[in-house]
Design a protein around this ligand. Structure first.
Ligand code: SF4
Length: 693
């Protein structure tokens, strides 16, 4: 896509990769992208970018892109290219037949954190208003669903509390289960700058990530915990805060629910939570736990966290444990503090905001909330169910049981990204209508009956909401290569099933969102054009948005403390599977690699490799670069080993960017107790030389 030549115009847009949401000027020559230049006035990136946003654009014109709709009767038939009308009629007829034969509960849809707010809003509207069910879910299910649940429980709002500028005011930064150098590089640069100015860094991560030690960076504390023990570590830190009188009593008294605080304080005070009592369980020396807790209570302290927090059986509990620490020390409601989830994909925040969860309408209002339901019944002229729908794992279970028959999947490759691949494949194979709407024939499309060509972010208008709740515009720089932008295709499918939607531009969808979601009431494309971007809540109380939340009070009234009892995961090591596997990502690749593997970035990282400690490698006769067999109770795969002391003995680590590895063949179907977010971060495994005994 990047051509030589002088540009003749530029289009201001937003990166389609991670949740930092960097602004770029796409320099165009006619309909061709010449280069991407980070925008100096971009509020999230201030002229900076990483290798993905700046250079990994080749996928947009890659020959693998499918530009024609395709259909087939059964998945063993060859694909047949057809026009949009025929594909949509075929899809609509199948979905309608399934709904008549098995009922609306046999249908569902998946939205994507890679798509715009407007597209996401339309997909959930399609499912609720046209399919007539609440069976809608989002890929945030497998990453930050616990953030939504945990932060809403504690603060009353399912979002990070700060803007990125806030880091400039932090004295202490606690980084938990996040590797921003690889996952959120532009934020990592801002963090490093603050650390060079003297802020103290506490890293809680099983792996010695770059932030622990790299040129000019030396974390004060690295709590290299055993995977799966986040809650025990955080509760132990809380024990030190409470027993050493390091809490902010005035904040707790004036801003938080006193009863919940009293229960929580009595719980964390128990001697069993003292660092000396938890050190053996967590693998973190007691002295480090005590010192880190004291450091956190010293000045403006900000917490940033990632999927190492959420992708656990206790993901939601961990988010609540983090919120407890921030409230107990008064680190909420001003610059330099707060609780900040680093969102993996560009629009994780937005996809959750837009009502993609089966129990929540747009704006996080429960489907049983009569006022909210009536708002949409009036707007959409349908009656809506007040029964929460199925989450994705439940849709897949229902499909295996023969009760769920048809699914529309926009911008997600569940066969590669979701845990326990063989179960996902079995469920997809059992369905009568699988519609994949994507740029590429992904792994999930092997089980599809309809393929609808998606549009890249360069081919459509809309908005993404980044990790700091910032609503950024993307602008169409070229025509959709497949003929329709994704919002147009969703509208056409709805209309093929009898709806009468008539949006002519995504701005009209945003107007509908603003008319129905209180936190978006002031948002419009005109205001976005004037201001560049807006952080929600943006309404009569905050006409230009809200950089820092909970300044005067929590959205839920009072901050709510939750007792966070540590419960060991069911995934245990033993003689057959003695090591713990944890997973992450590399700088140059992005998630399942559908985009970055089709760019020059693959030259830097063309396979997933397994990091194994030299001690564990020696015991198994494994040397650098050797092919090894990685096996768990769920399945096995083969990949190359690299010896590394970044991880402790007993722990191994890999990424999941390449389909030939199929890392998720190995991961289990354990999940977070509250949200079903998969426990990707803890799998008991065995590692052996691939050609060994
Ligand atoms: Fe894109 Fe994230 Fe890199 Fe910014 S940091 S350029 S948003 S991938």
């Amino acid at each position: 896509v990047i051509e030589q030549g002088l540009p003749d115009h530029t289009v201001l847009t937003t990166c389609a990769y991670c949740g930092v949401g960097c602004s770029f000027r796409a320099e165009m020559k006619g309909d061709t992208l010449v280069r991407m230049v980070p925008a100096k006035d971009g509020k999230a990136n201030r002229g900076h970018s990483c290798v993905k946003g700046r250079f990994a654009l080749g996928y947009a014109t890659h020959p693998d892109r499918i530009l024609d709709p395709m259909i087939r009767e059964t998945v063993s038939d060859p694909w047949r290219k057809v026009g949009w009308d025929e594909a949509l009629s075929f899809a609509a007829a199948r979905l309608t037949r399934i709904r008549s034969a098995y009922g609306a509960q046999s249908l569902g849809g998946l939205t994507s954190s890679r798509c715009t707010n407007e597209e996401t809003y339309l997909v959930q509207k399609l499912v609720r208003a046209v399919f007539a069910t609440n069976n809608v879910d989002t890929c945030a299910r497998v990453c930050h669903a616990p953030t939504g649940y945990g932060l809403k429980t504690a603060f009353g709002t399912s979002a990070g509390t700060q803007d990125f500028d806030s880091i400039e005011h932090a004295d202490v930064v606690m980084l938990i289960g996040a590797n921003p150098t690889d996952g959120h590089p532009v934020f990592a640069s801002r963090l490093k700058r603050r650390l060079r100015q003297g802020a103290t860094l506490i890293v809680i991560d099983p792996r010695r990530i770059d932030m622990v030690r790299s040129p000019h960076i030396d974390a004060a504390y690295h709590l290299a915990l055993r995977p799966g023990t986040n809650v025990a570590v955080l509760t132990s830190l809380a024990h030190v805060l409470v027993t050493e009188d390091l809490t902010d009593e005035a904040f707790v008294r004036t801003r938080c629910d006193g009863e919940s605080y009293a229960d929580w304080a009595a719980f964390v005070r128990e001697p069993r939570h003292a660092p000396e009592a938890t050190a053996q369980l967590t693998g973190v020396p007691a002295a480090d736990l005590r010192a880190a807790a004291r450091a956190y209570a010293n000045g403006n302290a900000a917490i940033y966290y990632g999927l190492g927090v959420t992708e656990h059986a206790q993901g939601s509990t961990t988010v609540m444990a983090i919120a407890n620490l921030a409230m107990a020390t008064g680190n909420i409601g001003r610059p330099g503090v707060g609780v900040n989830p680093l969102r993996g994909q560009n629009n994780v925040q937005g996809s959750c905001d837009m009502g993609s969860f089966p129990h929540e309408l747009p704006g996080y209002r429960h489907v049983r909330d009569r006022t909210a339901r009536e708002t949409y019944e009036r707007l959409w002229q349908v009656s809506l169910s007040d029964e929460p729908g199925l989450r994705l794992p439940n849709m897949l279970d229902a499909a295996r049981a023969g009760e769920f028959k048809g699914i529309y999947i926009q911008g997600e490759d569940i066969l590669q990204s979701d845990p326990d691949t063989s179960h996902v494949a079995e469920a997809l194979a059992a369905m009568e209508c699988v519609i994949v709407h994507d740029l590429f024939l992904n792994e999930t499309a092997n089980y599809a009956h309809v393929f609808l060509p998606g549009a890249s972010f360069l081919e459509k208008d809309g908005t993404f909401t980044n990790a700091e709740r910032r609503i950024n515009r993307i602008r169409r720089a070229m025509a959709p290569k497949g003929g329709l932008a994704d919002w147009q295709a969703t509208q056409a499918l709805a209309n093929a099933m009898g709806a009468g939607w008539a949006y002519t531009h995504p701005s009209e969808i945003m107007d509908e969102i603003a008319a129905s979601v209180p936190a978006f009431a002031g948002v419009s494309y005109d205001l976005l054009e004037r201001e560049g971007s807006l952080q929600w809540p943006c309404n009569a109380d905050a006409p230009l948005g809200t950089p820092v939340m909970h300044e005067a009070g929590f959205a839920g009234g009072s901050g709510h403390f939750m007792v966070t009892e540590y419960i060991p995961t069911d995934e245990r090591t033993g003689p057959r599977f003695p090591l713990l596997l944890t997973t992450g990502r590399v700088l140059t690749q992005y998630n399942v690699g559908a985009q970055t593997r089709r760019t020059a970035n693959t030259a830097w990282h063309d396979e997933d490799v397994l990091e194994i400690h030299p001690h564990d490698a020696e015991q198994r006769g494994i040397s650098e670069g050797m092919l090894v067999n990685l096996a768990s109770r769920s399945g096995e795969t083969t990949l190359r080993a690299t010896l590394s002391d970044r991880i402790a003995p007993g722990v191994v680590y890999t990424t999941f960017h390449h389909p030939q590895t199929q890392t998720n063949v190995v991961t289990t179907d354990n999940s977070d107790w509250a949200t079903n977010c998969p426990e990707y971060k803890v799998t008991a495994v065995q590692v052996r030389p691939a050609n060994g005994p």
